[in-house]
Design a protein around this ligand. Structure first.
Ligand SMILES: Nc1ncnc2c1ncn2[C@@H]1O[C@H](COP(=O)(O)OP(=O)(O)O)[C@@H](O)[C@H]1O
Ligand SMILES: [Mg+2]
Length: 387
């Protein structure tokens, strides 16, 4: 059994825009900096994953009853992930101060008259099943304060990866790519640069039947189509100044299908072009927002895509490009760690957002607390007295 320190353990849960798995991390903040006690990637059932991706890509409709059921169903999978991690670590529910659950994003529309963001995964189900308080709904307070509600990782990146006197970039290659600029003067910037694995996965699944392009081999078998690449890079999102954030409801297969070049191309050439689109849009964002950066640390599943990493190294040279793992930080569980940290911030009534990143009017305490059911009272002691 792992013993908790005074500050207790926190459990972070997230399924990102790739919806590849629910990532769970058990974190000890007892000594200030987060110490990872255990991690687990809990797979989604294939049919459920495909349904959620279709919904997130705006390819399917959902009535209110189906939405309500799906929210609870997803909540149960998040609870399963948390319970599996506790079992794996031989940690009891009482040892965990709180679960921070991001949920699964179905929509993220942070602009417009009534901006909103929508995550699935009923937190009451997680609290009930795990017997642990749950903090959830992390993005909406920032959006209500005029922010993007995203990205929320930069605060943790700053805490873990700042190198004084040096401008460093942290690049998260998830379904969407986002960067955090840790400036030499201590300033922090961060935003979504555009699509990454989300489009690569969707195209790969459609044309090879595989859920993702392992090591980028499908992309490497094709040729980049420059007219398509240029047309994709002309999308206004790439030229927007930060703060900005996006999701699968914008960068999806229908976005791609609208380009006339598509009809003429082999599937492998499209995959090659999408990989190049990720590398080029990330590079352009770094060149513009962090021209003097010296190194780029990558995290997220795209770090395992050898072809993508190779292309990023070429385009970002002379900057060094390496995984956060080379700096002692697990590249696959940084987001889950962030939601454990955000849960702790909520319990301490401390802000979780960085207004310079999200564009919110000010720092905000993020998330709502869903209490675990009370632990049943032990049976009253029978005091034997003289009769
Ligand atoms: N070996 C690999 N080769 C290529 N891509 C990979 C590999 N491993 C993971 N990925 C990609 O990473 C994605 C998951 O990344 P992740 O950081 O979890 O994204 P998200 O936060 O959006 O869920 C997968 O969907 C896949 O596209
Ligand atoms: Mg993921």
């Amino acid at each position: 059994m792992i013993s908790s320190t005074a500050d207790g353990l926190y459990l972070g849960l997230i399924s990102g825009t790739s919806a590849d798995s629910i990532d769970a991390a058990l974190i000890d903040f007892g000594r200030g900096a987060p110490e990872v006690q255990g991690t687990l990637a809990h797979p989604w059932p294939t049919a459920l994953r495909e349904r959620m991706l279709a919904l997130a890509q705006d390819e399917a409709a959902l009535d209110l009853d189906a939405y309500g059921r799906l929210d609870v169903e997803v909540g149960h999978h998040f609870a399963d992930a948390a319970l599996a991690l506790l079992k794996q670590c031989s940690v009891s529910a009482e040892a965990v101060r709180a679960i921070g659950s991001h949920g699964q994003t179905l929509r993220h529309r942070p602009t417009g008259r009534y901006p909103f963001t929508l995550q699935l995964g009923d937190p009451t189900v997680i609290a009930e099943r795990c017997g642990i308080d749950v903090v959830a709904d992390f993005r909406r307070a920032d959006i209500a304060a005029g922010g993007q509600g995203a990205p929320l990782l930069p605060a943790l990146h700053a805490m873990l990866l700042t190198q004084p006197g040096q401008t460093r970039v942290v690049l998260n290659l998830g379904g969407i790519a986002n960067i955090t600029v840790l400036a030499a003067d201590g300033g922090v910037l961060g935003f979504d640069t555009g699509p990454a694995n989300g489009l690569l996965d969707a195209w790969c699944l459609r044309h090879s039947g595989e859920p993702f392009d392992r090591d980028g081999t499908f992309a490497a078998s094709g040729k980049i189509d420059t007219p398509l690449l240029d047309a994709l890079l002309a999308d206004p999102y790439f030229a927007l100044p930060p703060p900005k954030s996006t999701g699968r409801e914008y960068f999806h297969l229908n976005w791609l299908a609208s380009h006339p070049r598509m009809a003429a191309l082999e599937p492998a050439d499209v995959q090659a072009t999408l990989l190049e689109l990720t590398a080029r849009s990330v590079t352009a964002a770094i060149a513009e927002q962090a021209p003097h950066s010296t190194d780029v640390l990558t995290c997220g599943g795209g770090t395992h895509n050898g072809a993508l990493m190779q292309r990023l190294r070429e385009l970002l040279a002379p900057r060094g490009v390496c995984s956060t793992a080379e700096h002692g930080i697990d590249a696959d569980f940084l987001e889950a760690t962030a939601f454990a940290w955000l849960a702790r911030q909520r319990l301490l009534n401390l802000p979780g957002n960085l207004p310079a990143v999200t564009g919110a009017r000010g720092p905000r305490v993020l998330g709502a607390i869903y209490l675990a059911p009370p632990v049943p009272e032990p049976p009253a002691r029978i005091v034997s007295g003289a009769s």
